[in-house]
Write a protein that binds this ligand. Sequence first.
Ligand SMILES: Nc1ncnc2c1ncn2[C@@H]1O[C@H](COP(=O)(O)OP(=O)(O)O)[C@@H](O)[C@H]1O
Ligand SMILES: [Mg+2]
Length: 399
Amino acid sequence: MIENKEFKLEAGKFLEVTGPAAVRVKEGEALLMGKPLETNDLVVVPQWRTYVFKATKKCKFSISLTKETTINVVENNVFDVWTKELERLVGAERVVIAGPTDSGKSSVTATLLNLNLRSGKEVSVIDSDVGQNNLCYPTMVCKTKVRDYVFTLSELEGEEKRFTGTITPAVHTSRVISSVTSLVKGNVVIDTDGWVDGYEAGYYKHSLLRAVEPEVVVYMGKAPWWAKGPWELVELPPSPGKERTREDRRSIRKNRYRKALEKCKSFDIDLREVPAFYSVLFNSPEGDEALKEAVRELIGVKPIMVVTNNKKIIAVVPKRSKYRKVKEVEVLEEGEERGLLVGLGNEKGNEELGMIVKIDYRYRLMKVKSCFEGKPKYVSFGSVKLDEDFTDHVWRKPI
Ligand SMILES: Nc1ncnc2c1ncn2[C@@H]1O[C@H](COP(=O)(O)OP(=O)(O)O)[C@@H](O)[C@H]1O
Ligand SMILES: [Mg+2]
């Protein structure tokens, strides 16, 4: 049920609105994430998000709200400190925004972008969060030039895209780093994922920072060791916003995958012509008949395809085969690859998300569902697999 309420604010006070809601400025002037709002401006606050309106003059707001909407009028908000510090960073080349999950990174990113626009500066944004990417889809890193004020990065659409094959940077660290660095040109604000605790996270984040060579790193909270370096480090107070649960995150990812793939067509890619990157199966020496026979002795089923990789043998066997498990051979059942995510790249290195429907290992023909247009120049394999309902899983088998 939707109802309408009016709120009056003295100049200098804040209105915190957690969506879903539609907020209209009826009288006065306000600021929202660096954008000046005037009488009659309308802002939609999405579900999951809190927008903080600062009354720069005495204001009247009219708000359409639902049962889930929450509204608070407060005297203080971190917004003031953020804006003061961020104003100094307008025009800086390469600013990285880091911090824990739900600490306000994406809101600070939007604010810095808006402050740049307000000063007439050209600026782009990179979302390097492979788990909760707002500019494109999970498993991807994307960049977009910012042409208009923005409050939530998901209002934008990625223009340059890279597929990393993972929803957690811990899995393919170097792929995430090389994807981000390939996009770093001109004035950019880089939003990051919330993996900040522990040595491994620090190792990854510090390596990312070194590759990006930022002018400034902004950390939401007290900066850990890895955020330090030759660059300027700015610490901002974290946002008091409510946290999204693991389930919320998973359901957001599900919706994004659906949006990326549901309406796409399926088509064949000939893996004898199109290079398959990050695939051990399609980039290892293939075994001959004698090796297939030897594998049959070991596992009890004759494989369709075998390759050797260092000391391991990878064998593809027909669907529902009853094979013996032995440590020398890793077995992949035909059909198991269904749902595995891949990236399809064009001649500019721009990549589109795709999902494997099936692979015919005999003829090296791969059927993929994707909205990629034209003929892909290459395919990159990943390690995330989707169910029929777009629920994702990390897939650890070699392919
Ligand atoms: N100044 C603020 N005051 C209160 N809540 C805020 C503020 N800025 C952001 N939030 C809310 O805090 C939550 C986390 O913010 P977000 O920018 O998404 O963080 P992150 O990108 O670090 O996960 C969101 O619900 C957001 O709407
Ligand atoms: Mg974020």
